[in-house]
Ligand binder design. Structure first.
Ligand code: C2E
Ligand code: CA
Ligand code: CA
Ligand code: CA
Length: 277
């Protein structure tokens, strides 16, 4: 009985610590969204393998909090999703991404920026009109923005997801299924989704060159995607041998530290300009 009660005390202490951390994050993130100064976007290129060109990048959110230090996106995005703050986070990301694309274009770098959306963003009817409106004002085309949605988020209400995603496609935006392979989607499910790209989760790619079962999985996913007319992006490419395998299997895009880490706007502009010559 004694161990049981001490376990209970431990459990409660852990629970309380987690709860406190969540509340602290919510409070600090609200503040950060108002001032904006602690938030930034970094960009990671996607290498188009057959042309060896950089036409696409992904926007990734960074939060350097004065009170909490660096908070990993996986942590604060999850808290934002649970607390309803994600709507404001996504607004911030979209506004910043649009003005960054504008800045890139002014410096002769015309790329497509992919923005990560949460499930609740897809269900929010106001978001797409806002995106179209803001990007028109900034002089962007629908080829300057694309969206990534995590596989597991799409499974919950399949019919509604299809309907909402179709609106993005009608507006001319490319859509990628993110983290593919980690969820439970079937082939029938994939066939009906109005998406253009499929992103293979980095857990299958990180050790690709040394792991035969990962090689089987990745090859199968690429074949499956191509049979549905989807382009494939492999994330988490960390070495040359993995890049060579992906190229051999006709994977369209590769993304990962071997090509470039995510970098701030000014660095990524210079990186892409240098890459072009
Ligand atoms: P994700 O969309 O699957 O993004 C890929 C993650 O892998 C990023 O982590 C990226 O920095 C990291 N990564 C890229 N290349 C490599 C590599 O070669 N090796 C390894 N080990 N990692 C690599 P990050 O930036 O920490 O973001 C984590 C997750 O947070 C993202 O996963 C995404 O789900 C979420 N996230 C980030 N920014 C946003 C955002 O603006 N909005 C939303 N809704 N979610 C975001
Ligand atoms: Ca992503
Ligand atoms: Ca991923
Ligand atoms: Ca993810």
């Amino acid at each position: 009985a004694r161990t049981e009660s001490s376990l209970m005390v431990r459990y409660c202490a852990d629970f309380e610590a987690q709860y406190t951390r969540r509340i602290t994050i919510i409070t600090a993130l609200k503040e950060a969204l108002v001032t904006g100064s602690e938030l930034s976007l970094v960009y990671q290129p996607k290498l188009h393998m057959s042309s060896l060109s950089i036409t696409h990048v992904e926007a990734l959110l960074r939060w350097n909090s004065v009170s909490l230090g660096f908070v990993p996106p996986d942590e604060f995005i999850a808290v934002a999703e649970q607390s309803g703050l994600i709507k404001d986070v996504t607004h911030w990301v979209i506004n910043r991404a649009i003005s960054d694309v504008q800045a890139m274009k002014q410096q002769g770098v015309n790329v497509c920026v992919a923005i990560n959306l949460a499930a609740s963003d897809i269900l929010n009817d106001d978001l797409l009109p806002m995106i179209i409106d803001k990007s028109m004002q900034a002089g962007l085309t629908n080829e300057n923005l694309a969206f990534e949605i995590t596989e597991s988020d799409l499974v919950a209400d399949h019919q509604l997801a299809i309907q909402q995603l179709s609106r993005y496609r009608e507006a001319g935006y490319s859509l990628a299924i993110d983290d593919f392979g980690t969820g439970y989607s079937s082939m029938a499910y994939l066939k009906n989704l109005p998406v253009t790209d499929l992103k293979i989760d980095k857990s299958f790619v990180l050790k690709l060159a040394n792991n035969e079962s990962d090689q089987q999985i990745v090859q199968t996913i690429i074949g499956l995607a191509h049979s549905f007319g989807l382009q494939v992006i492999a994330e988490g490419v960390e070495d040359k041998a993995s890049l060579a395998l992906l190229n051999h299997w006709k994977c369209e895009y590769a993304q990962g530290y071997f090509i470039s880490r995510p970098a701030p706007l000014n660095e990524i502009i210079v990186w892409i300009q240098k890459y072009k010559d």
